[in-house]
Structures are given as C-alpha cells and as structure tokens.
Design a protein around this ligand. Structure first.
Ligand code: ADP
Ligand code: MG
Length: 310
C-alpha cells in the first residue's frame, strides 16, 4: 500500500529532523507566505557567552557576577545559563538565593543572602523608558520592588556601559541590588552556522524573514546584518511579538516565552536542538536538527505533498 502524500511528507520531514504533529500542519505549511524568526536560540546558537563584566562604582567584577549568578541559578533562560557558567568558570562562591521569580521577556529577580543581609537582586534588560535614560529595575508583584517603584539613580557608568555594549552589537543586561544598578554584564551570542544560506533560501522560496526579539536594537541589527535579514523588530515583549505576526506566517522560536508567538502563527515551530526548555505544546512541530536550514526545504516539501494530495 502507498502512504497518503501528507503522511509521506511527515515521514520525510521526520528523517530531516522536523517532527510535525499531524497531517494538517503539512497543509498549513504549504500555505505560508511569511516567516518570522526569534533571535535568541533560533537565528543565534542560543549559547551566549559573557564577554565582560562592568561593575558599577564601589563594586567588583566578582561581586556583581556572583550576585547575578545567584539569582540566575533559578532561571531557565539561555542568558541565565551563560551567567551561571561564567561564575563557575571563575570559581566564584555563589551566595544563596530564594524566592526566585522569572520576569518573562524582562529578566529574573531573587532574594539573595549577601554579607549577612538580604538583597533583592534583579538581572535583566536595561530600561531606558525614563526621560533621563536611567536603568530602572523591573517592578515585581509581591516583592519589595513593586511597593516602591522608585526610579533609582543609575550611575552614569552603568548607562554608558549599556550603550557601548549595544553599539558594539552585544547584549547588555543590568544587575540591580535593592533597585540600585550595580553593574552590567555584556554577552555575545553567535549566529548559527549556515544561517546566511538558510535565510537566502527562505527569501526565494517563501519571502524575506523578519527578526523578532526582546533584545535591544543594537544586538538585533548586528545579528540581522551578519545573516542577511533586512526586517528587524527589537525590544518586544513576548505579547508584542505575536502582534507582529502576518496572517499566514511560519513562526520559529525557542524558549518558554515564545509560546504565544508559536501558538498564534499559521504554523509555529519550536527549536528543539538547544538546551532551552521549550513549550512544545504551543507549537505545531519541533525542529531537532539544523533548525534554520530545514525551513525552506520543508515548505517546498509541503507544497509538493499538497499538490499530489489534491
Ligand atoms: P529574545 O526575544 O531574544 O528571545 P527574551 O524575550 O527572552 O529574548 O528576553 C528579552 C530580554 O530580556 C533579553 O535580551 C534580556 O535583556 C532580558 N532577559 C530575559 N530573561 C533574562 C534573564 N534570565 N537574565 C537576564 N536577562 C534576561
Ligand atoms: Mg527567545
């Protein structure tokens, strides 16, 4: 007996490292006319490295990194793994943290025991909404942070470190202790091998992909330039990412906070070759091998299968 074309396509896709949930996904893949790609862990390797630690006035590199790593130990974000990994590499003794709260698309916060007192440590994306461009710690419901939404006086050096890192195309995250910025971690995440070729193939088969990210404009533009992506939307919250979905989009992302994006897309595929804990639930399939390179051939396969099926 011969296999129905849509099921045959699922089998072929599976051999190429694309696990599709059902035959309807093949039909939907044949219809996509736009592609949106998450940056971190999708277009990039998802294995960022800490390039430098820039301590604020009165703080040392080790102190800032140890506080940050203590809070990040309870986070599943790829940036968290990089921060904890760097602290281990430097053989730092980490203070104990409790009440860790993940702030999706923002960062992480935890109560850290440090030199005999408790410090609310927050690690996350720089806030520049304030008129004076200060780096303000995100508010957290149920912690001391929300009680006083105080605009802490960010040291000039913190702001400058963030600006410099982002201008260089790196990801900057700020470390706050009790709302005061105490330093900046500069991270870099390389584009995946073969990303440029995969993007070019998508451009000709489906359309020019759009890069979506919660990261800042600088690092987003740097990754886009290195991979041939021309449309970039940066600084987005997880909810804002789904608002940028065209009607018949193929969306690819990893990480827990891409779930709304994957669920809202015509076809949502989760990158499953990295270490990130992903919500496969929200996706129509999982890319377990060469997640970018697999995309254009997958759409071609789906179109052919649907033609035969009709
Ligand atoms: P992306 O869109 O690149 O996948 P996210 O939406 O997960 O990124 O996060 C957006 C930004 O929030 C990150 O660039 C970083 O500045 C910050 N962030 C999120 N989680 C963390 C964390 N655990 N530690 C430090 N920063 C974080
Ligand atoms: Mg992500």
């Amino acid at each position: 007996a011969t296999m129905p074309p849509l099921l045959a396509a699922i089998a072929v896709a599976g051999r190429r490292g694309v696990l599709l949930k059902e035959a309807g996904v093949v039909e939907a893949l044949a219809e996509v006319d736009a592609v949106v790609l998450d940056k971190t862990g999708t277009v990039t390797s998802g294995r960022p490295q800490v390039r430098s630690v820039v301590p604020g006035d009165g703080w040392s590199e080790s102190e800032v990194l140890a506080l940050a790593a203590a809070a990040e130990q309870g986070s599943e974000h790829v940036l968290a793994r990089a921060v904890v990994g760097e602290a281990e590499r430097r053989a730092l003794r980490l203070p104990t943290a409790r009440d860790t709260v993940a702030l999706p698309g923002e960062g992480v916060t935890a109560l850290v025991s440090y030199e005999g007192s408790r410090v609310q440590v927050t690690v996350g994306r720089p806030r520049s909404g304030d008129q004076d461009g200060t780096c303000r710690a995100p508010a957290v419901a149920g912690t001391a942070l929300s009680a006083q939404d105080s605009r802490s006086r960010s040291s000039e050096s913190t702001k400058r470190a963030v600006e410099r890192a982002e201008r260089d195309g790196h990801t900057a995250v700020v470390v706050w202790a009790d709302q005061e910025p105490v330093g900046v971690l500069v991270l870099a995440d390389e584009p995946r091998a073969g990303a440029r070729e995969a993007i070019a193939a998508l451009r000709t088969t489906v359309g020019a992909p759009t890069l979506l990210t919660g990261d800042a404009e600088g690092p987003a533009r740097a990754v886009a330039a290195r991979t041939g992506i021309t449309a970039v939307r940066a600084g987005l919250t997880p909810a804002e990412k789904s608002a940028h979905l065209p009607p018949r989009a193929l969306a690819v992302g990893d990480g827990l906070n891409d779930a709304p994006l994957l669920a809202g897309a015509h076809v949502g595929l989760a990158v499953g070759d990295g270490a990130a804990t992903l919500s496969v639930e929200a996706a129509d399939g999982v890319l377990v091998r060469d997640p970018l390179g697999a995309l254009a051939p997958l759409v071609v396969l789906a179109r052919r299968a649907r033609r035969i099926a009709r």
